[in-house]
Design a protein around this ligand. Sequence first.
Ligand SMILES: C[S@@+](CC[C@H](N)C(=O)[O-])C[C@H]1O[C@@H](n2cnc3c(N)ncnc32)[C@H](O)[C@@H]1O
Length: 278
Amino acid sequence: MSENPQVKVWNDTVGGAWTTHAEHFDTQLQPFGDAVLDRLAVQPHERVVDVGCGTGATTVDLGGLAQEVLGVDLSVPMLAMARQRVAAVRATNVNFAEVDVQAAPFTDTQFDVAFSRFGVMFFSDPVRAFTHIRQSLIPGGRLGFVCFGDVGDNPFMLVPVMAAAAHLPMPPMPGPTAPGPFSLADVDRTTGILAAAGFSDVTILPGPDSVTLGSADDLSAVAQRTVEQNPMSGAGMMAATPAARAAAVAAAAEALAAHVAHDNVVLAARTWVVTATA
Ligand SMILES: C[S@@+](CC[C@H](N)C(=O)[O-])C[C@H]1O[C@@H](n2cnc3c(N)ncnc32)[C@H](O)[C@@H]1O
């Protein structure tokens, strides 16, 4: 089987931005992970797998809630940072594995809970990937994740990325179900995918509906982070000349200036918190 293109995306294209700006992104994304944790109610005796754990902030948090946690991801630089973070807090119950969860069953351990904060939208064969996730759970185990709704309902991404795109060599816009942030936007399709992967009791509820991108004191830094982090504009930034990159960041900053509230850059988002039973 040919290599999953997401390996390149998360190792080469955007992995660097996600590690460089990890603290900012974790502050932004914390409410979304918390919304999943509220629904999962992880218990101290449970074993949890954090799917697409990235730089590991949620994996560390889960280590404080559960008996044992495994973070799985296909990004080497993001996993390296996750391992550093766990070492820094001396959490002995948290481990990581470099795996593509779509490629094959990824663990012999049977977990009680599978969690993900925006780590399950990048599958070209989502039924296969969610089947592997279901196989990592005990019968009756709980799945909980947060994903994005439609691209048009997520101006926090669309506004800066479209402004920057005018200056960047952008890859073609992926279709609505192609691997990417919006691939699980359609709740009926997501319900069908999870049912086909062997999950039952699928429940999909709205998650947090805005994102604070950062302080309005430094719009340029907010714009740069946001454009570099996104798989599409991140690829465009890598391929662009320094002058085009600067123009893209300036355009994104100008677009974000219209969204300042109480000294922060705040834009609307549409997210879904999804739970299901293995
Ligand atoms: C949007 S980031 C979210 C990272 C992290 N969960 C967080 O909230 O900060 C998506 C993550 O999913 C990971 N990912 C994408 N496809 C994957 C796959 N097939 N198997 C494992 N991880 C994957 C990426 O490497 C990346 O770390």
